[in-house]
Design a protein around this ligand. Structure first.
Ligand code: SF4
Ligand code: SF4
Length: 135
C-alpha cells in the first residue's frame, strides 16, 4: 500500500531519527513531499509511505508512541486546466505554495507534490477549477 500522511510533531521529538527507524525497523519506503521543521515551534512533514499494510500500521504505532500526530491524506486535489483563468486568487491561501505564480509567464502553476490537501483553494477559486477527489 502507498499512502500520503501528515506528521505533526512537538519540539522535543525533532532530534529523534524517526525516518531512519521507519526504513530500517518497519521496512517502509518513504518520500518526503514537504517539511516545515522549526526547532522553536511544532513542525510538520508530509510523507508518502509505501510498504506492506502490517508494516505500515506498525510504523504508525511507532510514530504515535513518540507523540507524533499522524493524519492520512485521503483526498487528492486536482486542477481543471481548462477552467483555470490564472487569476492568482488561490495563491494567497496556499500556505505550502503548491499554487504559485510564475512571474515570467504570469501563469499560476500547480505543484501537486507540495499540496497538503487543505482545500482552501477549492473554496476561493471563482471558476471552480480546483476539485477534491476522495480515495
Ligand atoms: S483561483 Fe482558480 S482560476 Fe484563479 S488561478 Fe487559482 S485555480 Fe486558477
Ligand atoms: S489544497 Fe491547500 S495546499 Fe493544496 S493547492 Fe489547494 S490551497 Fe494549496
Amino acid at each position: 500500500m502507498k499512502k500520503r500522511i501528515i506528521l505533526r510533531f512537538k519540539r522535543n521529538t525533532i532530534d529523534k531519527p524517526i525516518v531512519y527507524k521507519l526504513v530500517k525497523d518497519f521496512d517502509l519506503v518513504f518520500n518526503i513531499l514537504r517539511a516545515n521543521i522549526s526547532p522553536r515551534e511544532d513542525s510538520m512533514m508530509v510523507m508518502e509511505i509505501e510498504g506492506a499494510e502490517e508494516d505500515f500500521m506498525k510504523g504508525l504505532e511507532y510514530l504515535k508512541s513518540l507523540n507524533i500526530d499522524t493524519e492520512p491524506i485521503e483526498q487528492d486535489i486536482n486542477r481543471n486546466e481548462l477552467k483555470c483563468v490564472h487569476c492568482g486568487l488561490c495563491t494567497s491561501v496556499c500556505a505550502p505554495e503548491a499554487l504559485h505564480l510564475d512571474r515570467e509567464t504570469m501563469k499560476v502553476l500547480f505543484d501537486y507534490e507540495n499540496c497538503v490537501a487543505c482545500e482552501l483553494c477549492v473554496k476561493v477559486c471563482p471558476v471552480k477549477a480546483m476539485n477534491v477527489f476522495f480515495d
